[in-house]
Design a protein around this ligand. Sequence first.
Ligand SMILES: Nc1ncnc2c1ncn2[C@@H]1O[C@H](COP(=O)(O)OP(=O)(O)OP(=O)(O)O)[C@@H](O)[C@H]1O
Ligand SMILES: [Mg+2]
Length: 467
Amino acid sequence: MATILIIDDEESIRFSLKGILEDEGHEVMEAETGEDGLEALKSRVPQLLFLDIWLPGLDGLEVLERTRQSHPDLPVVMISGHGNIETAVTALKAGAFDFIEKPLSLEKVITSTRNALEMTRLAEENRVLKSRIMSTHPFQLTGESEPVIALREAIRQVAPTDAWVLITGENGTGKEIVARSLHLESRRADKPLVAVNCAAIPEELIEAELFGHEKGAFTGAETSKIGKFELAHMGTLLLDEIADMSLKTQAKILRILQEQRFEHVGGSKTIQVDVRVIAATNKDLLKEIEAGNFREDLYYRLKVFPLEVPPLRERTGDLALLIEDFVGLLCREHGFKPLTFSPDALAALACYPWPGNVRELKNFVERMQILFSGKTVYASQLPREFRGSVPIQPQSESRPCPENHQPCPAIPDGPIELKQARAEFETRFLVTKLKEFDNNVSQLAKAVGLERSSLYRKLKLYGIQTD
Ligand SMILES: Nc1ncnc2c1ncn2[C@@H]1O[C@H](COP(=O)(O)OP(=O)(O)OP(=O)(O)O)[C@@H](O)[C@H]1O
Ligand SMILES: [Mg+2]
């Protein structure tokens, strides 16, 4: 079933067209003039428009042109009287989907309606498929560590409901990916996900951005514009960086979010929407409330279902998978040869605290991929800040693991191959013992029961320096 708008000044035409369309199961809106029709489009967007060519006031071609500008995806079927065929052809050239002639033929109306709706459905499906491709890669939530599995499970449970979700987590942890997953796994997936970055919009423009505005509503408003709220109708609205919204705007949106009703800035018509709200922030909202920067009532309204995205340092077991993903992506996009990290390099990366989280890791992998395309990177080749916590060069560069993250050596919490685990252990073991034996490889070889040459090979393999 679709919603269809008919703009025709002849009541008998509206009546018979409405009858045919309602028999087909559609809901019909009517307007007598072009002006009324354009007004109706502002409060509700149909899936199809039947538009008379000859109308008093604004004529059909003008209405078509304005509709193409404001609603480029809305198919328009022109209704032409005898002798209007040439104009109908002009309309087709101007972007109309089809035309039907008066007197109306039942068969032609039904075929044209079905074709137009099918075209819209295919275009929509195409958009959804594209956004799904975009969302499975590179927007997927990679990771097999416990916190990521728990997060994915929570997303799976809450996504199909209409509950509001508050996503918190440090910078770069993947809050936006979580929001996209929530949308794509919801029944709203084929409708838009509209994101508003509250930190990026100047205070004086945020209302117009969210709720839209009428022409002339304020200086610079040369045309009317639909707001993000309306664009998200039937879909999801992501209020990103919500803590950066001013108290004044917070007060205003709280009422609107609850009632889902609002007016354009400078307008008087009330618009009703059906929008699911997701908010995200990297700030501690309870602290913001204490400091008087965030409204408590808004906090509790948003926090129906809280989701916390863990920092990367708490899920270092995912490092190898994330790196593999990013390397794959870079190689596909830029034709690099994949790099690999040796076990000792991975061990060093696991001890780094990743203050910029997954975003920092992604940028780091890109930098290393440029430098080491097709090669293996050993710990000693890592940039200095990443070598700090594994004492690869004990004399000069050792730095203890930060106290607030898991101790090194740590047992990775994701799946790991025994071979890799052994290599990581051997690396740490040899680094420590080498230091105890004052870098004397012969003595260490004897102590650990290896041929000197075998020990040398191992040290070289793991990138452990002996001098
Ligand atoms: N689990 C993940 N799997 C794959 N890529 C991820 C993951 N988490 C984050 N990323 C990538 O890291 C980058 C940052 O993610 P995102 O923008 O979602 O973080 P954020 O938490 O919203 O950051 P900010 O607080 O700065 O807004 C993106 O490029 C994203 O693709
Ligand atoms: Mg973000």
